[in-house]
Design a protein around this ligand. Structure first.
Ligand code: PEP
Length: 256
């Protein structure tokens, strides 16, 4: 049994209108709203953060965002800040997702500013790292993950480090149906924990949750979640449907 509470986070990406988000979040709260053995976070699009926040209020399900800008306010058309998310009672924020890196040109330095701004505003960052298929095939997986992890965590204090969540998401496994083997995933998770130990010390590294993301679903979750350094999942496709999300949380409860 791990000292770390397992965490299942649903990344709804650019899916669900507000009415659809209302329905999905109501179903999730009805099924999982009293679960305390596993931490559950739902991350709807900005447009339904407030709606979903009202539904999860009073339950054990937590609210996250999928992105934010590092500045607190200002002339950044189309962006949303950490204080705005906090005002809607969000507790988590996904940062550095590979889709943001690939389609919106986000660099490690920019993601690092967001990580620091999230922490400053009492939001728990879910910092995503992971290699592309070309990077894996050229043998640079660990180098890429190290660069992204160290770059994303510059300036994070030891005191704050345990509240950061890391998500290892091999880009080639996201939304593709291709899952990293348990050995591939565990190898990178253990490597991430060893890097965290170098930066923050072993005691803190043992507290940080490292999630796996990439086509995780109820059928493959038990094996992944049984790995020593896999502390939960960041779930895309399977988080859009109540049944599969509930089954994933149940797999995490069984693996705890
Ligand atoms: C994700 O985008 O974070 C993700 C893991 O997606 P999927 O589960 O659909 O692969």
């Amino acid at each position: 049994m791990s000292l770390r509470k397992k965490l299942i986070a649903g990344n709804w990406k650019m899916n669900k209108t507000s009415p659809d988000a209302l329905t999905l979040s109501k179903e999730i709260v009805a099924e999982l709203g009293k679960v305390i053995d596993v931490e559950i976070v739902v991350c709807p699009p900005f447009t339904s953060i407030e709606t979903v926040g009202k539904v999860v209020d009073g339950s054990s399900v937590k609210l996250g965002a999928q992105n934010m800008h590092p500045e607190a306010s200002g002339a950044y058309t189309g962006e949303v800040s950490a204080p705005m998310l906090r005002a809607l009672f969000a507790t988590h924020v996904i940062l550095g997702h590979s889709e943001r890196r690939a389609y919106f040109g986000e660099t490690d330095a920019f993601i690092n500013k967001k990580v620091l701004a999230a922490i400053k505003n009492q939001l728990k960052p879910i910092l995503c790292v992971g290699e592309t298929l070309a990077e894996r095939e050229s043998g640079s997986t660990l180098k890429v993950v190290q660069t992204q992890l160290e770059g994303g965590l510059v300036g994070v204090s030891k005191d704050d480090a345990a509240s950061v969540v890391i998500a290892y998401e091999p880009v080639w496994a996201i939304g593709t149906g291709k899952v990293a083997t348990t050995e591939q995933a565990q190898e990178v998770h253990a490597f991430i924990r060893s890097l965290l130990a170098k930066i923050f010390g072993d005691a803190i590294a043992q507290k940080v949750r490292i999630l796996y993301g990439g086509s995780m679903k109820p059928s493959n979750a038990p094996e992944l979640l049984a790995q020593k350094d896999i502390d939960g999942g960041l779930i895309g496709g399977a988080a859009l449907e109540t049944r599969s999300f509930v089954d994933l949380v149940n797999a995490a409860i069984a693996a705890k």
